[in-house]
Write a protein that binds this ligand. Structure first.
Ligand code: IPD
Ligand code: CA
Ligand code: CA
Length: 293
């Protein structure tokens, strides 16, 4: 269980030891960052959804022939970056589609303007806008907006996770044999083949597998108890940051398969009772089909 105690950063009583107390009467830093992340995720998601309703978007390929970027991935990132720069000009940021600002405030944003671009391109509902802000202690706030369902997942470190403003908790199931496990596949063909072989070994040992197509949404699904666990490797930092905080704040344990912290290179998320039994099942499959790429 990696749930952190209430964090002093952004706490209205303790102020912010790193970034200075907000002026009297201002909302605490964490709360105002979360409001901003939620507002921009909703605006960008609504814009992209409206664009998608008008027809098939124009797309280009990126790292491989199946790794796509559309005009709306870029437009969504631009909307979010413009909003962040206007509201928080001293913050750093990185967007998946290439935006970067170094920043001087100690707050750093990670943006996936459309997570689940393949779903978006095909007109499937499982895509989201994912925005996180971090400080030197790690992720401070996260927002994941799923336009097709009009669902907004949000979390602030030490303050719990919500779906549309209502607190959420992960499930309690402890037996991998009856667990519903979500996963995802990198765009790299070699990594896909390896992960497929590992999942073929895992499939008979769990209730079933799900491949929804957006890492941030997978993480929120574990947070809301809609699946029992999620495992993936070779993510980008923007895939993981917001959803991992939301999962943790919903009571999940997050980490790699060997007891380390969650990282884009390898992440498992499950309720605390399921985490280690599920990690054992996965480690056996990983050992049977080794190879880090
Ligand atoms: C991808 C999705 C997918 C995951 C991939 C990601 P994108 O992000 O999150 O579910 O399996 O690893 O790259 O390209 O749609 O933003
Ligand atoms: Ca993504
Ligand atoms: Ca993306």
């Amino acid at each position: 269980m990696t749930r952190e105690p209430a964090d002093p950063v952004g706490d209205p009583l303790l102020g912010d030891p790193l970034l200075g107390d907000p002026p009297l009467g201002d909302p605490p830093l964490g709360a105002s960052l979360l409001d901003l992340a939620c507002r921009l995720a909703r605006e960008a998601g609504a814009m992209a959804a409206e664009g998608r309703r008008r027809g098939t978007p124009v797309g280009d390929t990126k790292s491989t022939a199946t790794d796509m970027v559309t005009e709306f991935d870029r437009a969504s990132e631009q909307l979010i970056v413009d909003g962040l720069r206007a509201a928080r000009p001293d913050d750093g940021l990185v967007g998946e589609e290439g935006s970067t600002t170094a920043g001087t405030s100690g707050v750093h944003w990670l943006i996936d303007p459309i997570d689940g671009t393949t779903n978006f391109l095909y007109g499937l509902p499982g895509w989201a806008v994912s925005i996180a802000a971090a400080d030197t202690h790690g992720t401070l706030v996260g927002a994941v907006y799923v336009p097709a369902l009009d669902e907004l997942f949000a979390a602030r470190r030490g303050h719990g996770a919500t779906l549309d403003g209502v607190p959420i908790r992960c499930g309690e199931l402890a037996d991998p044999a009856t667990a519903l496990l979500a996963t995802g596949y990198s765009y790299d063909p070699g990594r896909r083949a390896l992960h497929g072989e590992r999942m073929a070994l895992v499939l008979p040992r769990v209730r079933d597998l799900r491949r929804f197509g957006a890492a941030s949404v997978d993480l929120c699904h574990v947070a809301a108890g809609r699946v029992d666990a999620y495992v993936e490797e070779w993510l980008g930092p923007w895939d993981l940051a917001a959803g991992e905080l939301i999962a943790r704040e919903a009571g999940c344990r997050t980490g790699d398969l060997d007891g380390g912290p969650a990282r884009p290179q390898q992440v498992l998320v499950a309720n605390p009772a399921l985490f280690e039994p599920m990690a054992r099942v996965l480690r056996e499959a990983w050992r049977a089909r080794p190879g880090i790429m």
